[in-house]
Design a binder for this molecule. Structure first.
Ligand SMILES: O=P(O)(O)OC[C@@H](O)[C@@H](O)c1c[nH]c2ccccc12
Length: 265
């Protein structure tokens, strides 16, 4: 069984952090992967920075820019995963990548290289479900899953996507872009109920999940929690210390304590 599927099926309180690879450096990304694994994360969403991140809010856009200034590319992210695995970090990794860098690299070559480096799945936010056949087939050919994303739009489409989902079904809490939110779309509960009734895999909710109460509520309802911007903001806060080898471990400890506070029951 694929490691993302295994993690999703054995943990009914999924916690899935998202960070941008190369933010603030590739070296720190490897340390952060270990910190997130130690903090109890079940699956790591590792973002490939992109110059035109349509679905991302200001926090993640800024992180992508920091990473792009470091020269991060899909290739260096694949190389980073290889280093993460060589460091003995086993957490299942889902690569978060917009479609352009994949097409530029070559879809088949990208999935093959990533799988050989230790990637377990992909999520391509701007690849419509109706056009994902080749990506899904190639992912599955290399033992990877393609994670599907559903938003609170028409229930019929949600049901169709949910039925064929792999690993876990990523339910976007509200329309718009990523970023910390106080409240969620009022249609969230009906939308998620429709999705869970049709889904053959566990659900995880993302977009705006940024407090312990948010995570606890989702876990109580039997859903996983995806947290991106709020963790990326913490990384931004400690950027200078993370860049300084003499202060890095202190910053990593602060970040670990923060992440643990999000998931502490
Ligand atoms: O940042 P938030 O509001 O916590 O949402 C998670 C999100 O960052 C992460 O899953 C993600 C990053 N980029 C995306 C693009 C589309 C969908 C989801 C994402």
């Amino acid at each position: 069984m694929n490691r993302v599927e295994a993690a999703a099926n054995t943990n009914n309180q999924l916690f899935i952090p998202y960070i941008v690879a190369g933010d603030p450096t590739i070296e720190v990304t490897i340390d952060l992967a270990r910190v997130l694994e130690e903090s109890g994360a079940h699956i790591l969403e590792l973002g490939v920075p992109y110059s035109d991140p349509l679905a991302d809010g200001p926090v993640i856009q800024a992180a992508a820019n920091r990473s792009l200034q470091e020269g991060t590319s899909l290739q260096t992210v694949i190389d980073t995963v290889r280093q993460i695995r060589a460091a003995g970090i086993r957490i299942p990794i889902v690569l978060f990548c917009y479609v352009n860098p994949i097409l530029k690299y070559g879809l088949h070559d990208a999935v093959k290289a990533a799988s050989e480096a230790g990637v377990d799945g992909w999520l391509v936010p701007d690849l419509p479900y109706e056009e994902n056949d080749e990506m899904k087939k190639t992912c599955n050919e290399y033992g990877n899953v393609l994670i599907s994303l559903v938003a609170p739009t028409s229930n019929e489409r949600v049901k169709r996507i949910a039925k064929e989902a792999q690993g876990f079904l990523y339910c976007v809490s509200s329309l718009g872009v990523t970023g910390v939110r106080e409240e969620f779309d009022h249609r969230l509960d009906t939308f998620i109920t429709a999705a869970s009734e049709s889904s053959s895999v566990p659900l995880a909710v993302g977009f705006g999940v940024s407090k312990r109460e948010h995570v606890a509520r989702l876990h109580t309802q039997g859903y996983g929690a995806v947290v991106g911007s709020r963790i990326v903001k913490e990384i931004e806060k400690y950027e200078t210390m993370l860049r300084d080898p003499n202060q890095r471990s202190k910053a990593l400890l602060q970040i670990k304590t923060f992440v643990q506070s999000l998931v502490s029951s």
